[in-house]
Write a protein that binds this ligand. Structure first.
Ligand SMILES: Cc1cc2nc3c(=O)[nH]c(=O)nc-3n(C[C@H](O)[C@H](O)[C@H](O)COP(=O)(O)OP(=O)(O)OC[C@H]3O[C@@H](n4cnc5c(N)ncnc54)[C@H](O)[C@@H]3O)c2cc1C
Length: 456
């Protein structure tokens, strides 16, 4: 084992993620090889130390933040190797999505790509798999986890193991928030890089027409991105226009209530043109003004992709500002599950509940594989934060009653664990408790995520 692989942490060294949840550890490590990970886990196991693993700490629920024990930063375990034979990519867990995407494009001579990555490109593969991350293009290409063919991890004894898709235990690791072991790498599938892409943003006067439009768009072959953003997102973006380069080049949005961003991708431009025409007609029928629709093609589409990411950044900056004024304020995001016909009613339900609350909020997200939008409350004070949490508790109870519970779908971490434990349906709780007991009965990995010690 390398000398000084486990380093002591200075008294006031605090770790926090993008939710502003913070904590501290007694020691820290920066493994550079899979062997380092194994050595560190063995050493911690011998001394009875718990381990909290993290990637680039961009999660929004405190899941990678240590409360005590050892903190393992995976960002130096970051090799990415593309295999031209089978067109798969092996990435170590600390590799960022940016480096995975760039490697695949470069090494395949711009013929293949890794399409499912989250909008936050600095996020790591380990974080993405532990969080069940979905990205802009997950509508067509699924979540990051959907592309995993094989998973490598270090278990609680420091042994390195591999699990292939379909093998017993494989699914339990995905979305486990680091509670089953340390993911060290994964083999990922890639897809052909399509030459033509268009981006379109349609503006609507109300949620119902926006949702009707989304339902029509879903049926079209070329659609690869389907995003919902309400007008509060654009107002917040306007506020940060001068400080974020991703926003400065965009025009001001027309008066609207809700926008749908979609991308069309194909190997034939005519297919895209035809789909775009159908969409413009559908939007007009639903009351949207085609002249106010934003469009881009090719590389220009990156600007629209940047908008979604920038809105999340604006929310984080706003919360960081309120947190600096009152440290009890943290990020509050509720996953609204929208399925089929119930979509409009679900949106109405949450908007109605917030109408008299006086709370600032915005709703946006991917209308994709997991059909979850996030409702972000911008708590200006601790009172706002507590009122928001009370609303979340009431919604969780109602969602559970109506069979659309989704609190765990965007991560539980430490911020939402009491809500999760008190409101999650039994099958959801059982799945997580059983996988914890199976892979990590001593509760060595990521203590405090999803459950308290006593729940386990
Ligand atoms: C501006 C912005 C935009 C975002 N957009 C999206 C989005 O579009 N879609 C989305 O789903 N999320 C999004 N996120 C949230 C976040 O980026 C993702 O959840 C991301 O996958 C987290 O990766 P990370 O490396 O930062 O993980 P961390 O925050 O470091 O950790 C997250 C969890 O993963 C665990 N973990 C990390 N590495 C390992 C490992 N090697 N082995 C075991 N467990 C591990 C940690 O213990 C923790 O439980 C966004 C965040 C920001 C700030």
């Amino acid at each position: 084992m390398k000398h000084d692989i486990i380093l002591p942490v200075g008294g006031n060294q605090v770790v926090h993620d993008e939710s502003q949840f913070s904590g501290t550890a007694f020691s820290v490590s920066y493994p550079e090889t899979v062997q380092d990970v194994s050595d560190i886990v063995r050493t911690c196991a011998q001394s009875g130390e718990s381990i909290t693993v993290h990637g680039s700490l961009t999660a929004l629920n405190g899941a990678g933040v240590p409360l005590y024990g050892h903190c393992m930063d995976m960002q130096r375990l970051s090799q990415v190797t593309y295999d031209p034979q089978d067109q798969t990519v092996w990435a170590q867990a600390g590799a960022s999505f940016q480096s995975i995407e760039q490697t695949v494009r470069r090494e395949s001579h711009m013929t293949r790509e890794f399409p499912a990555s989250p909008t936050e490109k600095t996020a790591t593969l380990g974080g993405g798999l532990s969080f069940h991350t979905a990205g802009l293009r997950s509508f067509r290409y699924g979540s990051v986890a959907d592309h995993v063919l094989e998973l490598e991890y270090c278990n609680n004894k420091g042994e390195i193991r591999r699990l292939a898709r379909g093998q017993d235990g494989f699914d339990l690791f995905l979305g486990s928030e680091g509670m089953c072991g340390v993911i060290t790498g994964a083999r990922l599938s890639t897809v052909p890089l399509l030459p033509h892409v268009w981006g379109l943003i349609f503006f609507f006067d109300n949620d119902d027409t926006a949702m009707d439009f989304a339902s029509r768009a879903e049926g079209l072959d070329c659609v690869s991105v389907l995003e919902y953003m309400d007008s509060a997102c654009f107002r917040l973006a306007d506020e940060y226009r001068d400080s974020l380069s991703a926003l400065s080049g965009l025009p001001s949005a027309p008066d609207h209530h809700a926008a749908i961003y979609l991308e069309l991708e194909s190997d034939q431009e005519e297919s895209i043109e035809q789909a775009a025409e159908e969409l413009l007609c559908a939007a007009e029928e639903l009351g949207a003004d085609p002249d106010k629709t934003w469009s881009a093609s090719g590389d220009e589409v990156e600007q629209f992709r940047g908008l979604h990411h920038a809105i999340t950044e604006c929310v984080n900056m706003k919360i960081a500002q309120y947190h600096a004024e009152d440290s009890r304020v943290k990020r509050l995001a509720y996953p609204i599950r929208l399925t089929g016909e119930g979509r409009k009613a679900a949106l109405q339900y949450y908007r109605h509940a917030l109408a008299d609350s006086g709370l600032d909020y915005l709703i946006f997200g991917h209308l994709c594989c997991r059909q979850v939008l996030t409702l972000n409350i911008l708590s200006r004070s601790a009172q706002d934060y507590l009122r928001g949490k009370d609303l979340f508790t009431a919604w969780c109870a109602q969602d559970k009653k109506e069979g659309r519970y989704s609190m765990h779908r965007c991560g539980v971490g430490k911020l939402y664990r009491s809500l999760f434990c008190s409101t999650a349906p039994l099958d959801v709780l059982n799945k997580r408790i059983k996988s914890k007991q199976r892979f990590d009965p001593e509760n060595r990995f990521n203590p405090g995520n999803m459950f308290t010690q006593t729940t386990l």
